[in-house]
Each structure stands twice: as C-alpha cells, then as structure tokens.
Design a binder for this molecule. Structure first.
Ligand SMILES: [Zn+2]
Length: 433
C-alpha cells in the first residue's frame, strides 16, 4: 500500500484503538486521562506524538499489580487463547497473552516476513529456535504452516538430531539465531564429520539477536553452509516478527504497518525523528489492532537505523536494522559502543580470529572507564599473537573509536550459545558471595 494511504488507515485505526483502550484497560484509561487526550484529537498519524509513552517497567509493575497479564490487558481471561513469556532480564518473566483475533494477526504478519525471506509452499523449514513459551516458537510454526510450507519442530538442544533431520527430510531452510547457525556448522564438521555445505540448506533465516544482517557475521555463516542468510526482527511485546529482509538485503522491511504504528525517537529527549535514510534512534510501537495486551507508544529500547529510499522489490514503507539495545549499550568517554558492533569488527578479521568475543565488565554499565576488556578468540593458524593483538586493538579503535584491551584466547575457549549469545560477562555479579 502506498505510504499516504497506509497513514490514513493508521490514523483511523488509531482513533478506534484509543477508544478501545479507554473502554477496556484501566491502565491506559488512567494514562490517557492524565495526558488529556481523546480519540478525536488524532487527525493524522503525526498526532501520535501527543500520546504518552509506555515503558517496560510500567508493564512489569502493572503485571505485579494485577497478575497474570496486568492492568494494561484489555480482555477478560476467558478470551485469552494462549500465554507466552518474554525472557525477562530480571527475576520474574513477563507474560503476554493473545486472543484468537490476535493470533490471526500475528500469523499474517509473521507470514509476510517469512515470505519476504523466501519461504514458499515447497519449502521444508527446520525450526532451530526453542519452541517452549518463547514468542519465537509457536507463532513461527503457525506462520510457516499458513504459507503452506512444511514446518519441522526440532528446536534447540539437539544438534545431532537437527543435522540428521535435515538429511532425512531434505530440508532446505533453517530458521535460528545467527549464533546457533555458526555453532551448528562447527558441530556438524567437528562432531559428526559432515561438511554443512553438503546438507543442501539453501537459506538460513536469522533472528532474535543482531548478527544475521551484520556483514562479517553473515558472510561467515554463508561460507560455512553455502546458503543465503537473511535477517528478520521482532519483539515479544509487539509481534514475534515485524520486519524482514527481501532478496535485495538492504535492511529489514517493516511489514506490520496495518497492525502497529512504528516511530523513531531520540532516546534521550523523546523527540520524534523523521524516518529517512540513515536516521538512527529508538523504535517505539503503538498497536492499532491488538485485543489482549495492547501497547501505546511502547519504548522498545531497541536502537535502529532506518532507510526509506524505494526498494527494488517494491514493498512500500521503510527498512531498518537493529544496531543494539539502548540498555546494553556501553559508553566510553562519551562514545556509544554496542557489543554487537565489536563482534562485527572482530568477525571481519577472520581467519585470524574465529569471530567470537566476550566483553568483561568489572562494574555495571553503561559507563565504562577505558580500556574496555575484551577476550577475542584467535584463529587456528596464527603464529604471531602479539602482532594480532595489536592489530585487533587498532582495528577496534579506528572503527568504533574507543580504547580496547584485548586478551587473545585459543579457538573454542569462549562459550557458544544456541539461543541469544551473551557478549558481556558481568564479573561484578560473579564476585558476589
Ligand atoms: Zn525490498
């Protein structure tokens, strides 16, 4: 849909949603009353900036006050058909519920994303994400099946079986985290004596953490598997997947405009930023068609860069890439540094490195006194470690403008992850009694 028409549709749906929130959610009724905004004040999509933000902390509090879903939930529990939980970073997980209508909307949007990445009715897709309560489980299954493709629910924790299943069923697609795609290739080669290139995988659809769209990391996975890697982006509170690459691979197309209004804001001032080539900021979401746990200007803490020049695939709207979480961003003498960017630079130095890193923090971030301690795995055939250490340090310093203190460790020393990779090791938490 051309953008001006989509925006008219969004403004109309937003008015309806505001009335819905006022009527059905005590949490939003209070918020909207405090802000003094009514549905009739919304004339165009830009008026969304007049509405109040919602933070993850508020949602958590609302959930503690009225378990299981919170005061922001807008339907009685008998209409909820499924609970999911998001991998909470602190203590209690947060829960998300969906109604039957929400389920259908999620399927539609996730299916658009997978279609954009090349899933077709003839595809056989191996599930390399955990299924469990994670939003990246069942909703992906539903969407892949809705396309008419074949879904193979292997999940994580069974790498032998996953590789054997690819062979037995002649699967041609894997969907998983980029860390797991690398891990699986190493596993097949080293533990099973199988060259992953011979398995016939044509596409690897990555998500749940940055990496699938990062050049150094993407190329390594493609080399290992002889497959095309694309990336998609989602959010447990918004919709499992809302943006995905097309074959042009010039950023992830935002494909959920009829379901959620995205905004890019300056995370410090909260000011709206224009969605134009190269603009970077925090992405904020407002559901305009969500029954169960709707969000109003939800601060995702995901920092993204956007592009709005037309794409050759003719999908309208903008493209984006997550550059990091505003909450795992480190600040060194005023310079913002994202762990995923460090991993990217180190990955580009293969085969001198394996691409694996771990940042060591003595104290909680985001502010870190330089130099930043980073463990980097060197490659197998490196003889001058001292020269490599200097080379890695200089490269990081030149590209990301901070002072690193690199410690080289042998290949295979750093932990590998099946789900989201942990790039930061918090030494200060381990030292506690
Ligand atoms: Zn495109």
């Amino acid at each position: 849909m051309p953008l001006p028409r989509l925006q008219q549709l969004q403004a109309r749906k937003l008015r309806t949603q505001i009335d819905y929130l006022k009527k059905n959610s005590p949490f939003y009724r209070r918020k909207l009353k405090e802000a003094g905004i009514a549905a009739s004040d919304i004339r165009t999509v830009a008026d969304i900036a007049r509405l109040p933000f919602t933070t993850k902390d508020e949602l958590r509090e609302s959930q503690l006050k009225k378990p299981p879903l919170g005061e922001h939930a807008a339907v009685p529990l008998d209409q909820v058909i499924r609970f999911h939980s998001s991998s909470g970073t602190t203590g209690r997980p947060s829960y998300v519920g969906i109604t039957e209508r929400d389920r259908k909307r999620w399927i539609e949007i996730v299916a658009r994303c997978y279609w954009s990445e090349g899933v077709r009715p003839t595809s056989i897709v191996i599930m390399g994400f955990g299924i469990g309560m994670f939003v990246g489980g069942l909703p992906l299954a539903n969407a892949i099946e809705a396309i008419g493709a074949t879904f193979v629910p292997v999940g994580t924790g069974a790498s032998d079986r996953l590789i054997a299943t690819i062979q037995d069923l002649k699967a041609d697609i894997i969907t998983c985290t980029p860390s797991y795609a690398s891990y699986l290739a190493d596993y097949a080669r080293e533990k099973m004596g199988i060259d992953p290139k011979t398995l016939g995988i044509k596409r690897i659809l990555c998500g749940a953490e940055p990496g699938g769209g990062v050049p150094g990391i993407r190329e390594r996975i493609e080399e290992l598997w002889g497959a095309v890697v694309t990336e998609a982006t989602g959010n447990a509170d918004v919709v499992t997947v809302y943006a995905a690459e097309c074959p042009q691979r010039t950023g992830n197309h935002f494909l959920a405009g009829d379901f959620v209004i995205p905004e890019i804001i300056d995370p410090d001032s909260g000011e709206s930023l224009p969605i134009e080539d190269g603009v970077e900021g925090e992405i904020v979401f407002t559901h305009i068609e969500r029954d169960c746990v709707p969000l109003l200007r939800f601060r995702s803490r995901d920092r993204v860069v956007v592009w709005n020049k037309p794409c050759r695939c003719r999908r309208s709207g903008f493209r984006m890439r997550i550059v990091g979480r505003t909450d795992d961003m480190l600040i060194l003498r005023g310079v913002n540094v994202f762990p995923s960017a460090i991993k990217d630079v180190v990955s580009q130095m293969r085969p001198n490195t394996t691409g694996e890193i771990q940042i060591l923090l003595d104290q909680p971030g985001p502010r870190v006194e330089p130099p930043l301690k980073i463990q980097v795995e060197h490659g197998t055939a490196v003889d001058n470690l001292e020269a490599l250490k200097r080379y890695v340090e200089e490269n990081l310093k030149n590209k990301l403008i901070f002072s690193p203190a690199v410690e080289l460790v042998p290949p295979g020393t750093l932990p590998r992850f099946e789900m989201k990779a942990k790039l930061i090791r918090k030494l200060y938490e381990e030292q506690r009694p």
